[in-house]
Write a protein that binds this ligand. Sequence first.
Ligand code: M6R
Length: 614
Amino acid sequence: MCGIVGYVGHRQAVDVVMAGLRRLEYRGYDSTGVAVAHEGRIASAKKAGKLANLDAVLAESPLPAATTGIGHTRWATHGAPNDANAHPHLDSEGRVAVVHNGIIENFAELRAELEAAGHELVSETDTETVAHLLHDELKVTPDLPEAVRAVCRRLEGAFTLVITDAQQPDVVVGARRNSPLVVGVGEGEMFLGSDVAAFIDHTREAVELGQDQVVSITKDGFEVTGFDGSPAQTKAYHVDWDVSAAEKGGFDWYMLKEIAEQPQAVADTLLGRHTTDGRLQLDEVRLSDDELREIDKIIIIACGTASYAGLVAKYAIEHWTRIPCEVELASEFRYRDPIIDRSTLVVAISQSGETMDTLMAIRYARQQRARVLSVCNTNGSTIPRESDAVIYTHAGPEVAVASTKGFLSQVVACYLLGLYLAQVRGVKFGDEISQIIAELEKLPAGIQRMLDEGQQVRDLAADLVGKRSFLFLGRHVGYPVALEGALKLKELAYVHAEGFAAGELKHGPIALVEEGLPVFVVVPPHGRDQLRDKVISNIQEIRARGARTIVLAEDGDTDVERYADTLIRLPKVPTLLQPLVATVPLQIFACELAVQLGYDVDQPRNLAKSVTVE
Ligand code: M6R
């Protein structure tokens, strides 16, 4: 996720902004830039790659002394991570500089309008349109905050914007819709940041901005309004983190931060992909409708957690599209001589986009003439570059080795693919698709609830800290949830943990059950009563043999209460969406158990974030 810094005060702006960007590095980025207001012109520098690359540019051509500046670390969404697409973006006269976090959904039409009016845009970004719109607006409305409000009223989507105007160097203006922005209140200096880490070295007094607000900072104060110009309420707070915590956004571990970001990751992955009339638009799917109609088989290939996201997706994709769908471990795929041809759609799921097993599998699939679509979180990485089409998950960078928000956003992206295929092939009506999308859009609230209720799971972990073996059971989409719960526990807490399809238990694994063995069981929602009843029978079978049952069941499911030693309540959601809420407590449990055991949660032993060897 992009990082943003803004500064007005008495120090050298470049130094303050660069230090702030360094503190925001934890957010992950692929290019950086900085701009200052100097003698009626913007002076700026930007560079693809890490901050060290920008340091080198600034060492060679230093920016002029200035006390107002903005800066940005970019996590690419629109356009490759290169110098031209790095922020800040300027208008054609070099008067205003803009940095941005988020996605401006209507940027294509705004860009077309600007180009028709003679503007020349030099990047592929959605952000640059804002600089050009401001250029025009400032001619009508010379006051920068007023001009920013006018432009914001034209923007759709999610955005944090921070802007400096060389002709008004005493002020920096920020705007916020959906993406975060905080004000840092110093003495004789003010800051803006994506989070407080941006200015924690200078002040711990912060002000949180609300939705659809515009803030202008000067060295002596700040003013906040709504997009319509009316005065707005804000919330001031004191930051009590230390500087090392600031690098992880205030969390002790990246994994905890990433677990907490899941409502946003899911919302961002859904953002801008369907129109109000219920049609899905997956702009990155560069396969024609005719090609998609020719598909007669889907093979999902992935590794580890991504393969479990694929297993969840298989149920939905087959159900919605009626196309046979298999899931295969990428490391096994090309060694079994798979039957694939031009009418096979191979879907590669990879958070990093660099996993070697998955990459080799898609290369093989393309040699066999299959069409390859990747679901990926890392813009410009190798797997999407070598695919015919890509759907990006907008989860933001995932730093912790254990994948969390990656998993949830992969499931959502695969669901969008399934619905898109159903739409193109005419096997679902628009209103049916809209209904499912509406359910998906409710998920961030459900996930947030699981986070809010996390203490129950943390207490459970403290209670089970001495246990060396755990089982996880589920049926249907609950089965991959069980596999994922077990994988998280193995990789973080180094304990024996296995996930099983609950129906398989009696075919062998039930022999493992002994007095006090903790067994997590995911119970399907009501409405899948045949399935649900079977899982309830399975709980009784293991309980009769001494298992300690930890049951995950939806609100209002009272039948399970008497079989649960611990009952974790889930919000009511349709069956196919249950994995997106049920996985969250299992992530929290694994993380907390590892913490209790004193292990490094972010970098478990023997593991790498991205496995680039076969
Ligand atoms: O980057 P990828 O999604 O391709 O990575 C796949 C697996 O290596 C990854 O999901 C791994 O299983 C995680 N450590 C699980 O938490």
